[in-house]
Design a protein around this ligand. Structure first.
Ligand code: SPV
Ligand code: MN
Length: 647
């Protein structure tokens, strides 16, 4: 065939394909939904939707625009179908995930990789063709008797260079409703972008539901990520971390895209810290789940842009960041009126909030572990009717609420929402924080010597004890680079290299800090109060403008006692005895050395593409610690550090 004829026949094929797509959509969507969909001029989008409508075979399809009526319809459907129940407080609803579907399922979350692509040992992957076949087989007719919601969102502010449009297909009203609270509506953005939209795609089905409206076939729970096609499939699960496409599922293709384009997708909050002389300074902070990330970003007196995910780009030699989200899917356990006044108030005010896996009381209120009110004697939750002492099928006592129980809300309900949330240019970042759950090694707050030292010893070496946010055993130490390991879609070595390079062209890289809210003393008690983090933030803000000095230890720069004493008084109106300072900031040499060895072992054995500089910087840290030990012993009080230098 001549080239011209070939082209012509190719065009004809596309026309045929388009026609077939349009006929399917017309037949399956009905007039009104079809009309809404074709306002978006994007044949690839149409084909994608037609393909999954045919495969999953829902009874009904609803195309949701940005109109308040459409959005309200989704919420009502979640309630009508029984996936959410209304609570006494106006706007509040509750949703339950299945008893064994309460957290991110790392085992069944896999990348589908074409031949020749390898993401390394730590990243769960399988052969692309095989995975696509498996998931498509599971998806066949999976939405029968369900309604399919077609949703359009924009990850990040509208009309911004940072942002990524995304389409979600889901048969869960709960998932679709959650996304309304968490993401910016994007139907009009899709209309505006038409064929130029480079969009992510998500297909989710809760699968067959039992009488309690929870996924029945969790043995066939699968979350498969196809990077080539920037599509994520999630089936037979309802837990938000497995299902809300735009949240953790979108992080995978976003990390991959960012790596190709020279920017970063991070598991980080963005918050404004308000200081005495500069006004507001924005910080990003990466913490593994359940390590105080949300509560830090919501500290009273500061302002929040996001609590979970950040896109970072370099612009004019400065890091700028946006939050792809606009809501919070936060952990509720432990929230109490004294430590978390702001979120407490929000959770007790009317307004749209979805509670998940909490205890519902007889009065249709909610209760959770750590709520500082009298505990109800009975209630209803993810295991059904509950009374204290109830045991599950394995004889394990069922707690009042699940440790990973959550609340979902739009941040506009939060008093301290920062005014820059929707700035298409993002905000300039003045400091970066890495936090982990560490009972015995790291000091509560420390600054790195420079960008490379921070990226390596605080970010790449981030280690944390596992929590209930993922299925599996709790309390096991795990290396979790930048707290982003669960979401990495590029080899770890390459990811660290991207971070190192990112700082290179910056005029003045922001300082990097590490925090540890979980240090314990010899008796096993926490050395800090939960509220102390407010002080660490103020200190970091001062440091980012070099308004206070710091003391040099073998592992970084720590606060001077006098500065903290003053800040504790100013911020918390609290006495800060020097003995507390010494307890908290004593350098625990043996523990630090052991930690570095674990980090080295991880990179040596599991990350073959680790850059040599990572090992060099870790080695230097070990040498500094060893030298200090020779002089001062295993536990070095900050007051004893005679080589301490003021910086
Ligand atoms: C986390 O676990 O890090 C979360 C909640 O932010 S989830 O959506 O499950 O990832
Ligand atoms: Mn998270």
């Amino acid at each position: 065939m001549k080239a011209k004829d070939k082209k012509r026949s190719g065009e004809a094929e596309i026309k045929m394909e388009d026609k077939k797509t349009m006929n399917t959509l017309k037949a399956r969507l009905g007039k009104e939904n079809y009309r809404k969909l074709i306002r978006i001029d994007n044949p690839k989008l149409h084909q994608f939707i037609a393909k999954y409508v045919e495969l999953c075979n829902p009874d009904k399809v609803f195309v949701c625009t940005d109109s308040p009526e459409d959005i309200q319809y989704v919420r009502q459907e979640a309630i009508r179908a029984g996936e959410e129940m209304e609570l006494a407080m106006e706007g509040h609803t509750v949703h339950f995930d299945g008893y064994y579907d309460q957290a991110r399922d790392k085992k069944n979350t896999k990348f589908l990789l074409p031949p020749g692509v390898d993401l390394g040992l730590n990243i769960n992957a399988m052969q692309r063709e095989e995975g696509l076949k498996e998931i498509h087989d599971i998806m066949r007719d999976i939405m029968r008797e369900h309604q399919l919601f077609v949703r359009f969102f924009c990850l990040g502010p509208l009309k911004s260079e940072f942002s990524i449009p995304a389409v979600q297909l889901t048969d869960s009203g709960y998932v679709a409703h959650s996304e309304d609270l968490l993401y910016r509506s994007g139907y009009e953005e899709f209309v505006r972008l038409g064929q130029s939209a480079r969009f992510f795609k998500f297909v989710h089905s809760a699968g067959e539901l039992d009488e309690r409206m929870t996924s029945r076939n969790i043995n066939k729970r699968r979350i498969y990520i196809d990077l080539e096609d920037e599509t994520v499939y999630s089936v037979n699960t309802q837990y938000g971390g497995n299902t809300i496409g735009l949240k953790k599922l979108a992080m995978r293709p976003a990390i991959n895209r960012a790596s190709k384009e020279g920017w970063l997708t991070e598991h980080m909050f963005i918050m404004g810290v308000h200081g005495p002389s500069v006004g507001v300074t924005y910080f990003t902070g990466a913490f593994p789940s359940l390590c105080g990330k949300t509560s830090t970003s919501m500290l009273p007196g500061e302002t929040i842009i996001g609590d979970d995910i950040a896109y970072l780009r370099k612009k004019d030699g400065v890091i700028r960041a946006v939050n792809p989200e606009k809501g919070i899917f936060g952990i509720i356990q432990g929230i109490n009126s004294e430590d978390d006044p702001l979120i407490w108030k929000t959770l007790h005010s009317p307004g749209e909030i979805i509670f998940s896996n909490v205890l519902v009381t007889e009065e249709k209120g909610v209760h959770w572990i750590g709520k500082n009110e009298a505990q109800p004697k009975k209630g209803f939750h993810h295991s059904g009717e509950w009374t204290p002492g109830k045991k599950d099928a394995e004889g394990i006592e069922i707690s009042l609420s699940h440790p990973n129980a959550r609340f979902t809300l739009d941040m506009r309900h939060i008093e301290t929402l920062d005014t820059e949330l929707d700035n298409p240019e993002g905000v300039a970042i003045g400091g970066i924080i890495y936090g982990g759950r560490d009972s015995d090694t790291k000091v509560p707050i420390e600054e790195s010597f420079d960008w490379v030292h921070g990226v390596i010893t605080m970010g790449a070496a981030l280690e944390s004890e596992t929590t209930a946010a993922t299925l599996g055993k709790e309390g096991v130490r795990k290396i979790n680079p930048m707290s982003n390991l669960d979401f990495l879609s590029i080899p770890i070595g390459k990811y660290i290299e991207n971070h190192l390079n990112f700082g290179m062209e910056l005029k003045n890289p922001p300082p990097i800090f590490s925090v540890n809210y979980f240090l314990r003393d010899a008796d096993g008690n926490f050395t800090n109060d939960k509220t102390d983090k407010a002080v660490w933030l103020k200190w970091m803000e001062l440091r980012s403008h070099r308004e206070v000095e710091a003391l040099k230890t073998p592992t970084g720069l720590i606060p001077k006692y006098e500065d903290l004493k003053k800040l504790f008084r100013e911020v918390l109106d609290k006495e800060y005895p020097e003995k507390d300072y010494i307890e908290q900031f004593t350098v625990r040499v043996a523990e630090n050395l052991a930690r570095i060895e674990r980090v080295e072992e991880f990179y040596k054995t599991k990350v073959p593409d680790t850059l040599q500089i990572v090992f060099e910087v870790l080695k230097e840290q070990k040498q500094r610690l060893t030298l200090a030990r020779e002089k001062y012993g295993d536990y070095i009080s900050p007051n004893k550090l005679s080589f301490t230098k003021k910086v």
